[in-house]
Design a protein around this ligand. Structure first.
Ligand code: FAD
Ligand code: NAI
Length: 328
């Protein structure tokens, strides 16, 4: 009989990183995701104005192992360097803020990385896992429709901490650690203009009441947008305070803040979209790498185990896979 696969819940960068490492070590895996598409916070949203990178805007690589992985992704054609005309805005003062930092984006969209990492690995999308339980020998998963999945030899839970704690109930210590992690929301808004805005600004770090970041979508390599699209991110504090605000009001407010900040005339947009990321980033970094109950065969990973960045999520997935493999 063939070996029972390892279940991985979550196809964000952490789950895919673990999946790739396990696959490379000859272990069968089965991935699950509640969404229609792969990539989690690195996904690109399909919209009337084309594919939009509403979550992860770019990423940096500082760890040697991650840097090597990113170089391989570059060779595969999944990522490219992005060097926007970078500004910052502090206390309403806009200034050029060029630096030497290497920044990466997926091409032609952020989700290309997830698609590349998945390759031919088996995945069930639109499948929200609500329970993970262990029988005498094997793990079973239950989804929101009441369907059973399994048997699995081990389970890796690769989803944001507040959602992970339920799936970690078989290991109360792990569940308690996940439950202790607070995550901050982010409102993300896209604006599309028929006529390109008359500015040289392509990305901007913002420090004001509501905005945190803004970027011109087509300044990234490989984008082919019919409109001049801009993505605006609200700060964590503003997003928390306006968590339940109607989407139209969020768009109106952030559009106003954008128009006040930028050095050109901003007309009414042709296209608008707002997306609320409830668990956008952990409120602080940790040094857990990944969580493990090796005896049970239950593991957890995600950006919240390290830093709230793509690099942290990828490293956490590698660590979950490493700890699982050392038990075999
Ligand atoms: P996720 O990407 O959240 O993946 C978890 C997956 O699990 C999701 O696909 C979800 O659908 C799925 N899932 C959840 N619950 C279940 C369930 N019960 N059953 C099945 N599937 C489930 N990082 C940077 O480095 N640079 C940036 O510029 C940057 N900008 C950001 C901007 C925004 C607005 C946001 C939200 C994040 C940003 N980040 C950025 C952070 C970065 O996106 C994350 O650190 C990283 O993508 C997290 O990956 P992950 O795999 O840990 O989690
Ligand atoms: P990075 O080194 O480019 O940026 C880190 C931080 O340094 C920035 O947030 C900014 O405050 C500052 N900074 C960097 N370059 C600057 C410049 N030229 N001028 C002015 N300020 C500058 O990238 P890193 O360390 O990989 O961080 C990832 C980015 O992802 C950060 O910007 C972070 O805020 C963002 N992020 C956003 C989330 C959200 O929910 N909106 C979630 C997680 C990360």
């Amino acid at each position: 009989m063939s070996k029972a696969p390892i279940a991985i819940v979550g196809t964000g960068i952490a789950g895919l990183s673990a999946a790739q490492a396990l696959h490379a070590a000859g272990q069968p895996v089965q991935l699950f995701d509640k969404s229609r598409g792969l990539g989690g916070r690195m996904a690109s949203k399909r919209s009337d104005a084309g594919h939009l990178d509403l979550g992860t805007q770019y990423f940096t690589a500082r760890d040697r192992r991650f840097t090597e992985a990113v170089r391989q992704w570059q060779t595969q054609g999944w990522v490219a360097e992005w060097s926007p005309n970078l500004y910052q805005s502090r206390s309403g003062q806009l200034s050029l803020s060029t630096d030497e930092q290497l920044r990466w984006v997926g091409v032609p969209r952020m989700s290309a990385i997830a698609a590349g990492l998945l390759g031919d690995l088996p995945v069930k999308l639109n499948c929200r896992i609500t329970e993970a339980f262990r029988g005498e020998e094997y793990w079973k998963l239950v989804d929101a429709e009441g369907n059973n999945h399994g048997p699995f030899s081990q389970v890796i839970v690769a989803i944001p901490a507040p959602q992970a704690s339920t799936l970690l109930a078989s290991a109360p210590k792990l569940a308690a650690v996940a439950a202790s992690v607070a995550m901050e929301p982010t409102w993300s808004v896209a604006l599309g203009f028929a006529k390109p805005l008359e500015t040289s600004l392509e990305a901007c770090f913002v420090q004001d009441d509501s905005l945190d970041w803004l970027a011109r979508h087509h300044s990234r390599p490989g984008r082919d947008d019919p409109l001049d699209l801009w993505v605006l991110h609200a700060s964590s504090a503003w997003s928390r305070q306006h968590l339940d605000m109607a989407r139209e009001s969020v768009i109106e407010h952030l559009h106003g803040a954008f128009a006040e900040l930028i050095d050109c005339v901003v007309p009414a947009p042709e296209f608008t979209l707002a997306h609320r990321w409830l668990y956008a980033r952990p409120s602080q970094s940790h040094e857990w790498g990944a969580l493990a109950d090796a005896h049970l065969g239950l593991y957890a990973c995600g950006d919240w185990c390290l830093s709230g960045r793509v690099e942290g999520a990828w490293l956490s997935g590698q660590e979950a896979a490493r700890r699982l493999l050392e038990q075999l």
